[in-house]
Design a protein around this ligand. Structure first.
Ligand code: TXA
Ligand code: MG
Length: 332
């Protein structure tokens, strides 16, 4: 099977394929997803095969609009509607009690379901035209960095799925934030495109930092190796000039550097990938997965990475880098 790249005028084709039980690559504002009709168990099963994903790892159900919440969830607390009003369409996934119409294969048998309404016009048009929720994980092969362009998705999925809808480079670039609204107090299971600061402003409470996903792998997917480039990797946590200095001292021939724009000139002669200026977390979010993928195309045998501080979107970027490095981290 050759994977077809659909243009933005081919929304009906994408929707047709979904209704026929096929899987389709869909752009979202976070990363590209591997979508199937979320009400068709055998279609959803194909996702796990294409991705090589363990079946105990549940999928997010993507909704066409906020009102669909009550189609697929039950016992919806007021706070869910409030969060949806503030952040949907957008990069926030809410874990809620599932309505039994949602097949077991989507939720890996859990009595909860993750739902979000994506902020990408083409994606939502496809979902609305299909009039079905779309179950979709990130469109990478299990364990690899998530794809933020159709080209990156094609690298992993060519020949495995019939089509990918071209939707340009993803605006956010890291996955959605996942908040569990079925636990008390509510907790964040994955840092992502909506920051802790944004959530706290709406919730009116502080979200505890102990809810860090790596310490509490309540989202089943968090226990698996993730985002990993071929080369081994060390993340250096600290102020930019200090981490650059540390990396310069330790860097050996044949190794590469993932750095902030300001420090790139320090590493001339080495394979480098800059993810944006030190304080530009938005740019870093957009570029982090592409950078990790770029190193896979080079010969480097080790990657040294500078790391943004744990605030705002920096938290999500730092988390992706540290997971990619299997938590091999030096703190200065
Ligand atoms: O931005 C995103 O969220 C992207 C785009 C495509 O929407 N999707 C995405 O899906 O990142 P995936 O499957 O790569 O990651 C979903 C995470 C997994 O770690 C999974 O274990 C967790 O969400 N998850 C899904 N349903 C859950 C549930 N009911 N309870 C706890 N965790 C859940
Ligand atoms: Mg993923």
């Amino acid at each position: 099977m050759k994977t077809q790249l659909l243009s933005q005028t081919q929304i009906s084709q994408a929707s047709e394929l979904l209704l026929q039980g096929e899987i389709v690559g869909l752009p979202t504002e976070t990363v590209y997803g591997l979508g199937a009709n979320g009400l068709n168990p055998s279609a959803v099963e194909n996702i796990f095969t294409a991705k090589g994903r363990p079946q105990d790892n549940p999928l997010i159900l993507h909704l066409g609009e906020t009102s669909w919440l009550s189609r697929y969830c039950i016992d919806i607390p007021d706070v869910a509607w409030e969060l949806a009003e503030h952040f949907w369409p957008g990069p926030l996934t809410m874990i809620l009690k599932r309505n039994p119409v949602v097949p077991d294969i989507v939720t890996a048998g859990l009595d909860t379901v993750g739902v979000r309404c994506p902020d990408h016009r083409l994606c939502r048009d496809v979902i609305l035209q299909t009039d079905r929720p779309v179950a979709a994980p990130s469109g990478n092969t299990s364990g690899k960095p998530s794809p933020t362009t159709s080209k990156a998705m094609l690298e992993d999925m060519d020949g495995k799925i019939p089509a990918i809808l071209e939707g340009g480079a993803c605006r956010v670039g890291v996955e959605s934030t996942i908040i569990d609204l079925t636990s008390s107090p509510v907790c964040v299971l994955r840092y992502g495109g909506i920051t802790m600061e944004q959530l706290e402003r709406v919730l009116g409470t502080t979200l505890k930092q102990e809810t860090k996903a790596e310490n509490a792998p309540k989202a089943p997917g968090m226990k698996y190796r993730h985002y990993a480039p071929r080369a081994s990797m060390t993340v250096v946590v600290g102020e930019g000039s200090q981490s650059a200095d540390y990396i310069q001292k330790h860097l050996k021939q044949g190794e590469g550097v993932l750095c902030f724009t300001e420090y790139k000139p320090l590493f001339s002669g080495f394979e480098t990938c800059d993810i944006g200026k030190e304080n530009d977390f938005t740019q870093q979010g957009k570029r982090v997965f592409e950078a990790l993928r770029a190193f896979d195309k080079s010969e480097v045998n080790h990657i040294w990475a500078q790391c943004p501080p744990e605030r705002e979107l920096g938290v999500a970027v730092a988390n992706r880098l540290q997971k990619a490095a299997s938590f091999q981290v030096v703190t200065l």
